[in-house]
Design a protein around this ligand. Structure first.
Ligand code: PMT
Length: 415
């Protein structure tokens, strides 16, 4: 099952007789290529031992919210960040109620609150507990919030009754968990995103930079990871945390960003250059702080390497998306960049006076080339397609951008 290869599945086990089945589930998830870490509630340990789960998962089992040993190495936040998906199987009626009401009184409920990876529950309980209006209200509430419910199945129950409430069988749960990843439009692709400003040193304490906050690039990296990509984010100095499941490489100068991006191009499928890379840097780096002895100082500048153009010119270039930050003639300048750097797409935005840089919202106009044969009579700077992504919060805009990139990327695959 390809979708689960190298996926990090956090398996939560709550108290119920079906807990014994989570041992088989762990083995099958690993057989499908997933890495499994197990978190058990106290009640779960009454039904199956942590040692069994440890042996089958190949990892230490996490039991306590305030375990000093676990806290030092991988507390609930680290576990939440680690997971590509959380599957709670079996999920008891009590656990569903806790989750629905945001209670966080043990490790599993706390990390579910702290986790933004897809969350799925495999309910298992007596049929009357399942059909109880309280449980059904909780189910509806959880589903409305995007929690996926796998089952329950109907049939003979451990308590001797027959009805709905059995945990779905392990193999089916593995397939349903794989389905959590199948929907990603960039599933399994390697995406490199650049974000933030660069700093070009003048002397040991001064530099040339710009107003980029990194918000646009970080939102794009998060949206690509959400779409199933393996994302590497090459980031200039910003004050933002790395998005979940994104590998961040911190750099400072354009030269360092160039090195880091190029070093990650070997298996890269898509490169998105959202960074505001300095076009010029001081020709000379002063060894000591420049003194204010003279009334005027001139700074000789030289060009920095063009990262985007270098990526697009690689022999096996990835699908390359550039940005164009413009204060005038947006379309003409953006199309010129698309053609000059032989990009697959350019995302143009107006910048200055509170727009583009350091704002929480943005708007983009996308331009892309069509195969020359379809547009042979059109001047090179007028060829291709375009699309407006209207003014919206950068995280929403980033998702829309990723969806268009994914369409264009896959369309290109078919040509
Ligand atoms: O970070 P935020 O505060 O959220 O702001 C977002 C943003 C305005 C920075 C972003 O939306 C944006 O427009 N990024 C590109 C900024 C820019 O440098 O544009 P440009 O038109 O000067 O450069 C064109 C393209 O060439 C960009 O993809 C840039 O990354 C790339 N470039 C530029 C110079 C260089 N030496 N190497 C490059 O790769």
């Amino acid at each position: 099952m390809k979708q689960l290869e190298n996926k990090r599945i956090l398996l939560g086990v709550t108290g119920g007789i079906a807990a014994y089945k989570s041992a088989d589930l762990t083995r099958r998830l690993r057989d499908a290529g997933a890495e499994v870490r197990v978190v058990m509630t106290r009640a779960a340990t009454e039904f199956i031992t942590p040692l069994t789960m440890q042996a089958l998962s190949g990892n230490p089992v996490h039991l306590h919210l305030l375990d000093p040993q676990a806290e030092a190495a991988m507390g609930h936040i680290e576990l939440a960040r680690w997971a590509d998906a959380v599957l709670v199987a079996p999920a008891s009626a009590n656990f569903m109620a806790k989750l629905a009401h945001g209670l966080a009184d043990d490790l599993l409920s706390t990390l579910c609150l702290a986790c933004d990876a897809p969350l799925a529950l495999a309910p298992a309980m007596n049929r009357l507990m399942w059909s109880n209006p309280a449980t059904q209200d909780n189910r509806r509430l959880l589903e409305r919030r995007g929690v996926r419910l796998f089952g329950p199945a109907a049939g003979e129950q451990a308590c001797g009754e027959v009805g709905e409430g059995r945990m779905v069988e392990s193999q089916q749960l593995v397939e349903m968990t794989a389905g959590l990843f199948a929907a990603g439009s960039l599933n399994g692709l390697n995406v490199v995103v650049s974000a933030g400003p660069t700093r070009e040193a003048i002397d040991p304490v001064r530099f040339i930079s710009n107003r980029s906050s990194g918000k646009m690039g970080y939102a794009i990296a998060a949206a690509a990871a959400e779409a199933g990509a393996n994302v590497t984010l090459v980031s200039g100095p910003v004050a933002l945390p790395a998005p979940p499941r994104v590998v961040r490489i911190d750099v400072e100068s354009a030269e360092q960003m160039y090195e880091a991006v190029l070093a990650n191009m070997r298996d890269c499928d898509i490169f998105i250059g959202a960074a505001a890379v300095a076009d010029y840097r001081p020709q000379q780096l002063a060894q000591h702080k420049i003194k204010k002895a003279q009334t005027e100082v001139s700074l000789a500048l030289e060009r920095t390497p063009d990262i985007l153009a270098s990526v697009a010119a690689l022999p096996n270039a990835p699908f390359t998306v550039g940005f164009a930050a413009e204060t005038e003639n947006l379309e003409a300048h953006a199309r010129a960049k698309l053609a000059a750097k032989t990009l697959d797409m350019v995302a143009a935005n107006w910048v200055g006076q509170g727009m583009g840089f350091d704002s929480n919202e943005n708007a983009l106009t996308l331009f892309w080339p069509l195969p020359a044969s379809q547009d042979s009579n059109v001047p090179v700077d007028r060829q291709g397609g375009s699309m407006e992504l209207p003014y919206a919060a950068k995280d929403k805009l980033a998702r829309d951008l990723i969806s268009v990139i994914s369409e264009r990327y896959h369309a290109q695959d078919k040509t």
